[in-house]
Design a protein around this ligand. Structure first.
Ligand code: RI2
Length: 318
């Protein structure tokens, strides 16, 4: 492998993230950190500079896969900022150590936020979910572990039906599950005590960027008087929004919405497939992180504590 080629394992991970074989913000972050560790292991750089360049190139390849979940650049930043040493062996070691630390912290953060989110759920509650979020599931699973009986109404979440994964995992956790189509959500909100969703990014003003359909669900929940919470580890906080940047919403292939044959048959239509939407802070009751529960409008305080005033891009060419 020459200096700027990617390790096969990194290339495979990048491809898997782009095609959503690896998906979900936390899982993407863990995959990216592990891919950097593989790159460090396999890079046959003959100088510290060449090694650093190869790590930056690998990080850029991972970064370009999907634009919305900030956990991806936050993972790359965590690992690359800890790359240090005067020779290749030391650099290699530092990257592998940082990647390991990062994934261990992810697991710990999810456990901690799960216990905090579970405190919002009472014995006998019914929750409604949207998409598949490991952070949101951690809250429900922790509530079940505390001995609470929880039921779930699970939205299928078109176009990719990640709700099916949620249904299966909740069922495995012993939660009775009712699967509904997305359009039925408002009808079922009267039977629900809490809406629990995840996040791909959270902006400094407390806006929650999550799977498309979250914002409509949040507005409906408010209208029905049902509390809605976002479960999100702090790697979902988007540092660049502290300095006025907005979060890019990924537009995915129209083939996820309609088959090429059906489209051809209908003829003459545009198809759009935004993967995410933005829920304004006034429609979200709480953001639950591993550092505690926050009203969305106050999340900026935590962001300043964690990131200062912004974030660099250690994967950029010097
Ligand atoms: P966790 C997913 O995006 C969903 O929007 C989900 O709410 C979010 O990531 C967070 O997932 P996609 O990758 O990190 O399915 O909580 O497009 O697992």
């Amino acid at each position: 492998m020459s200096d700027h080629e990617h390790a096969p394992a990194l290339e495979e991970t990048a491809e898997a993230i782009a095609t959503m074989e690896i998906r979900g913000a936390a899982t993407i972050a863990a995959g990216a950190a592990e891919a950097l560790a593989a790159q460090a292991r396999e890079a046959d750089a003959d100088s510290p500079d060449a090694f650093r360049a190869s790590m930056r190139a690998g990080a850029r390849r991972l970064h370009e896969t999907r634009p919305t979940a900030v956990s991806l650049p936050n993972a790359l930043r965590y690992v690359l900022q800890r790359m240090e040493g005067h020779d290749v062996a030391a650099l290699r070691e530092s990257v592998q150590r940082a990647a390991g630390e990062f994934t261990r912290q992810l697991d710990r953060a999810q456990d901690d936020l799960g216990r905090i989110g579970a405190n919002r759920l009472a014995d006998g509650d019914t929750v409604m979910t949207h998409c598949h979020s490991t952070d949101a599931l951690a809250c429900v699973e922790a509530a079940v572990e505390q001995g609470k009986e929880i039921e779930a109404i699970v939205k299928e979440t078109r176009p990719r039906n990640q709700g099916h994964i949620t249904a299966e995992q909740l069922r495995d956790a012993g939660v009775p599950v009712t699967l509904i189509v997305d359009s039925a959500a408002r009808r079922y909100l009267d039977d629900v005590d809490h809406v629990v969703v995840g996040a791909d990014s959270i902006a400094a003003d407390g806006s929650v960027i999550n799977k498309v359909g979250t914002s409509g669900l949040a507005v409906n929940a408010r209208e029905r008087g049902v509390p809605i919470m976002t479960a999100a580890q702090t790697i979902k906080l988007h540092p660049e929004t502290l300095t006025g940047h907005t979060v890019e919403i990924e537009m995915r292939s129209e083939d996820e919405v309609i088959s090429p044959e059906k489209r051809e048959e209908i003829g003459g239509i545009e198809v759009e497939n935004p993967a995410f939407d933005v829920t304004p802070p006034r429609y979200m009751d709480a953001i639950v992180t591993e550092h505690g529960q926050f009203p969305p409008e106050s999340i900026v305080t935590l962001m300043r504590e964690l990131f200062g005033e912004g974030a660099d891009q250690p994967w950029a060419e010097p």
